[in-house]
Write a protein that binds this ligand. Structure first.
Ligand code: LLP
Length: 471
């Protein structure tokens, strides 16, 4: 976080609170979130997107709660003028419990239950993002039964290959999300890739008719209990280059043009999803939100002009890029082990394995996506020699790696505190009880004070689910 620094004793402080105090008070592993950093990034998004799209369109920034959600975080987002995007009944429940205006909530998911859809309809959420034709029809039936109208966005698959890990790329054709823009006899996209996306950046009705997206738009327009607000896409996550977002936007605007040509309707909204990359290690070079905003605004405004469309109201859904850099995980060092490693050139080197008191249960991203992180010694000044180290967890898997390669002081010792930055997104939300570890607390810091956002799970709570257990 921007408000992390070393105090005179060399201890890491975040938001004016020293991490040793936090660790002593709340135990480790511990997720620490800088409230100021979260709020600053939220504000940066709102301001830079508003500025880039002015005077053509207004922008709603939806904080993607899947990255990290608690009632406090939802309130921070709302107080900074953001809407909140939820992806399940549980996330919706947290956002509602936080008191976020339901009209400023969205509900996502590729397999929403009837109960989730009903909950959204009854709460009056601002938009339900339909992921399939079947779901669109179910939303309409449920809205009819409730004697209401469902505000709907359609999630489309624009056929863009995002350069990121396969499991977090979501807009190529062969995956589970969204409605394809490609008609059955689709031709390669205008960028020349033969990834199956038709040349649907064109506003030609013929280039769209027959696609799943086209069918869904027509179905939604005809639906008595559906108010079709617009189109949505999310091409993937942890993406640095804006080109993929721009290409997706161009293709969606092509469909907007074709819809106008065929039906005389201009859809009001266009959501360009989230997925903006952050720096996990020094190798990553993220863009400032303003750069992404300007690139997108230029593309959207000119594509709309080509199709003689008014620029629709724009929305985006960043999660990781708001909360990720705001978070740090604290661990205590336990066992250390020096291992000889064979290098490719036939020589050997030493690697120190530094085991900490958490691991893949509080940060599954290494195992899931080969994600890498960095780490620093947090409880004292870093002096002297450094050794090539690998920070590993305490789980019974050799893939349980938190930081693959980091130079830590050779004096690193048992009970030292390590801080792993950029863990605000998708660490707590993907956490588990693997090996029956209790899940860590989440604490926020600001102006020299800390507050618990999520309590540390107790063994009682964890074992309380076991019907044969009595305390
Ligand atoms: N909108 C939609 C529809 C999404 O599916 C996602 C993420 C987002 C927005 C927010 O994306 P972000 O700005 O946070 O990248 N667990 C993975 C990431 C999965 C992302 C799923 N969808 C990870 O830890 O990298």
């Amino acid at each position: 976080p921007a408000d992390a620094q070393r105090d005179d004793a060399g201890r890491l402080t975040i938001g004016g609170v020293d991490v040793e105090t936090l660790a002593a008070e709340h135990g480790t592993p511990l997720y620490v979130l800088s409230e100021a950093d979260f709020r600053r990034r939220a504000r940066q998004y709102r301001e830079s997107f508003a500025a880039a799209f002015a005077p053509h369109a207004e922008v709603d920034v939806f904080y993607a709660g899947k990255a990290f959600l608690s009632t406090h975080a939802a309130r921070w987002a709302a107080e900074e003028g953001l809407c909140v995007d939820t992806a399940s009944g549980g996330e919706l429940a947290v956002a509602l419990a936080a008191g976020v205006d339901p009209a400023r909530l969205g509900l996502h998911g590729n397999n929403k239950s009837d109960a989730e859809i009903l909950r959204a309809l009854r709460a009056g959420v601002g938009r339900i993002i339909a992921d399939s034709l079947e779901e669109l029809e179910r939303i309409e039936q449920l809205a009819a039964a409730e004697a209401t109208t469902a505000p709907v966005m359609l999630r489309l698959t624009p056929g863009v290959h995002a350069s990121t890990h396969e499991y977090i790329a979501t807009a190529h054709e062969d995956q589970k999300f969204g409605l394809s823009l490609t008609p059955p006899d689709g031709v390669p996209g205008e960028d020349g890739t033969a990834d199956g996306a038709s040349d649907n950046a064109s506003g030609d009705v013929a280039a769209h008719r027959g696609s799943a997206a086209w069918t869904a738009v027509e179905r939604a327009l005809a639906g008595e209990h559906i108010e079709l607000r617009g189109l949505h896409c999310h091409i993937g996550s942890q993406i640095f280059e804006p080109e993929g977002f721009e290409l997706a936007a161009t293709r969606l605007i092509g469909l907007l043009g074709a819809v106008r040509a065929a039906h005389g309707v201009e859809l009001a909204e266009l959501d360009l999803g989230g997925g903006h990359g952050i720096a996990y290690t020094e190798a990553d070079a993220p863009r400032h939100p303003a750069q992404i905003a300007e690139a997108l605004a230029a593309t959207v405004v000119s594509a709309c002009a080509r199709h003689e469309l008014a620029v629709p109201r724009i929305s985006i859904e960043p999660g990781r890029s708001i909360v990720g850099p705001a978070g740090v995980t604290l661990y205590r060092v336990g066992v250390q082990k020096d291992v000889q490693v064979d290098l490719d050139d036939g020589s050997t080197a030493a690697r120190r394995y530094v085991a900490v008191d958490g691991g893949m249960s509080d940060n599954a991203r290494g195992v899931l996506y080969d994600a890498d992180y960095s780490a620093v010694l947090a409880d004292r000044k870093v002096v002297g020699e450094h050794a090539l180290s690998r920070i590993v967890g305490k789980h019974c898997e050799s893939g349980d790696i938190v930081v693959r390669d980091v130079y830590l002081p050779t004096t690193t010792a048992r009970d030292d505190l390590l801080a792993v930055p950029a863990t605000g997104a998708y660490c707590h939300s993907l956490s588990s009880n693997y090996n029956l570890l209790t899940r860590p607390a989440v604490v926020s810091v600001a102006d020299g004070r800390s507050q618990v956002l999520i309590r540390r799970e107790t063994e009682e709570q964890m074992l309380g689910r076991d019907t044969g257990y009595s305390s």
